[in-house]
Design a protein around this ligand. Structure first.
Ligand code: F6R
Length: 606
């Protein structure tokens, strides 16, 4: 949430910063701003709205070879020009951009006001500019260290100061920040996406670290300004992975990338000979694995729903009791942490603060946590005792698609490995492996139905309100389908267990309220079809995601047919058409697909 980019070097900073902000915009898009340090001191341009509004309105004279930029997702105070970052101190010598939350901002504001400071915004971040400006230290590093010693909370911070025109000072605590190394130029960013066109040689800062960037290099420190040793490494990343290319949106590109992403997460991890999976990153031997009595999965939003699919996989394949819980709720109920429970944190970004705090709570109480994480080296990945990287590649669209598919596959691999040290037979293990190997092609087959799904989505988009229903394995699919639909189409979409409809929500079914029903061919098909009759009898329009040949009796419904695989793997094949339905409904309604209103990629605030 919120994005930071900074530059110091031999070129004009503002075009580089504007380009960086454009690439960071998915992280927050209600306001944006820049500060540069030129011959006449610090200049700031900021405004509510998108980065393109900022770029269009930049003053003609905005020269400077040192600069910082920010794209905001409002937490303290509405999205307006004043609350946009950068913030400056009273003398206009200091400019800062900040991600995160300053918990003691109210007390600091009061203290600064008592000392005569005039704070102009509603933000917590502005206090940082004033604290840096008021510090008596004689270096910029010292001023930043002074300021940070007064604050409680999380920050990714970049600071420039007119009295120190050759440098940026940056700091990290709980909000990601990386330094990029160029040729006689240095960058800072909250996400590699912002600078990947310029450099892939980067150093990730640790929590509690400060860095000085000048055109010729960077130096890192602890908060007390004792030096730390940090080298930059060159990442093997194709900058094109961060481009939408010919697609009209990143979400479209990322949906179509799912077959290739699925191949990547499975590669080298399937062992056909023993009918199992090899997950080296788990760092658990067979004895430790056998000792697991329960699996508890924690994630937020769509990651939580895929966690529910994962829990079913673990119970069905490994016969270990498993459940998923919203990480955002977990630590507030003083959870009992059991030594023989395997905790699994699942996150695309690896930054979601609720999931990170849940991991920290478990580890503090001595529990073992593994991560299913997409972003390598992210905070959650680093905090866990081991894990499975998802190899989905960079995901830019706010609505997660390919990362979620790979989460499901990560759970299938985990369940297979857990199952094979327990009661899952080698034959069943091989059956699952064969199913997993067929999946990428079958995902491709579902994606090939895009045109038909687009037509269907156009009709669904007309409804103000929809139900998504499923049972057992199908229920998390319905939850994820409803989530995607409401997230980008802004239609009210409610997920329900099909079996629960008659206990209340059936009252809402009418010709104006369509239902999308998940009806795989499995042990519950007949019961599901029974519920479809009840919906049809109330003249509720129906879309049924099902398998070829499933007998729906005389129920009138639009069918979406997905290929058959092993039953345990049905949920992921049934999720893919729901992505396309949501996508095309949103497109039909003319919404900004990659940047849905009020949301942002990576929720780094509680
Ligand atoms: C929905 C979506 C969100 C995320 C959630 C967790 O499409 O993307 O619900 O799934 O915010 O994010 P991560 O996976 O980064 O922890």
């Amino acid at each position: 949430m919120c994005g930071i980019v900074g530059y110091v070097g031999t070129q004009q900073a503002s075009p580089i910063l504007v380009e960086g902000l454009t690439r960071l915009e998915h992280r927050g898009y209600d306001s944006a701003g820049l500060a540069v340090l030129g011959s006449t001191g610090v200049k700031v341009a900021k405004r509510a709205g998108r980065v393109r509004d900022l770029a269009d309105g930049l003053p003609k004279r905005f020269a400077g070879k040192v600069g910082i930029g920010h794209t905001r997702w409002a937490t303290h105070g509405p999205a307006n020009d004043v609350n946009a970052h950068p913030h400056t101190d009273a003398k206009g010598l200091v400019a800062i951009v900040h991600n995160g939350i300053i918990d003691n901002a109210a007390a600091l504001r009061q203290r600064l006001a008592d000392e005569g400071a005039d704070l102009v915004s509603d933000t917590d971040s502005e206090v940082l500019a004033h604290l840096v400006g008021r510090s008596g230290a004689d270096t910029l590093e010292g001023k930043v260290s002074d300021a940070l010693s007064a604050v409680e909370g999380t920050y990714g911070l970049a600071v420039l100061h007119a009295d120190f025109p050759d440098r940026l000072v940056v700091a990290r605590n709980g909000s990601p920040l990386l330094v990029g190394v160029g040729d006689r130029e240095m960058y800072v960013a909250s996400d590699l996406a912002a600078i990947v066109r310029h450099t892939t040689t980067v150093a990730h800062l640790d929590d509690g670290e400060i860095a000085t960037l000048t055109a010729t290099g960077f130096t890192t420190y602890r908060l007390d300004l004792s030096r730390t040793a940090r080298d930059a490494t060159t990442l093997d990343i194709d900058p094109a992975a961060y481009e939408a290319g010919d697609h009209e949106s990143f979400m479209h590109k990322e949906m179509l990338e799912q077959p290739a992403a699925a191949v990547r997460v499975l590669r080298g991890r399937l062992d056909e000979r023993f009918g199992t999976a090899h997950l080296g990153g788990l760092d658990m031997d067979a004895r430790e694995t056998r000792a697991i009595r329960r699996v508890k999965i924690l994630g937020c939003g769509s990651a939580y729903y895929v966690g529910q699919m994962g829990a079913s996989l673990v119970e069905e394949l490994a016969r270990i009791p498993a459940d998923a819980e919203a990480a955002s709720e977990f630590r507030y109920r003083n959870p009992i942490i059991e030594p023989d429970t395997l905790y699994v944190a699942v996150s695309q970004s690896g930054e979601t603060i609720d999931t990170l705090l849940a991991v920290q709570e478990i580890r503090r109480k001595g529990g073992r946590v593994i991560g299913l994480v997409n972003v390598v080296g992210s905070a959650i990945a680093r905090e866990c005792d081991g894990g499975i990287y998802l190899h989905a590649g960079p995901e830019v669209a706010v609505a997660s698609t390919k990362a979620l598919t790979n989460m499901f596959l990560g759970f299938a691999l985990l369940a297979l490995q857990l199952g094979r040290v327990r009661d899952l037979s080698i034959a069943d293990g091989r059956r699952l492996i064969a199913g997993l190997q067929r999946l990428p092609e079958q995902i491709e087959e579902v994606l090939a139905q895009e045109e038909a799904l687009a037509a269907l989505a156009g009709r669904l988009a007309e409804a103000e309100s929809l139900f998504f229903v499923g049972r057992v394995r199908g229920f998390p699919v319905a939850r994820e389908g409803a989530q995607k639909f409401k997230e980008i189409s802004y239609r009210h979409a409610e997920a329900y267990q099909t079996s629960e409809l008659k206990h209340g929500p059936l009252a809402l079914i009418s010709p104006d309220v369509p239902t999308v029903a998940i009806v795989p061919e499995d042990e519950l098909t007949d019961r599901n079809v029974g519920a479809l009759h009840e919906i049809a009898a109330r003249r509720g329009p129906l879309v049924v995601v099902t398998h070829e040949g499933v007998d729906l009796g005389d129920v009138e419904a639009e069918r979406v047919v997905v290929p058959r695989n092993e039953r345990e793997l049905d949920p992921i094949l049934m999720t893919i058409p729901l992505q396309l339905l949501a996508y095309h409904a949103a497109l039909r309604l003319g919404h900004d697909i990659d940047k849905p209103r009020n949301l942002a990629k990576s929720v780094t605030v509680e």
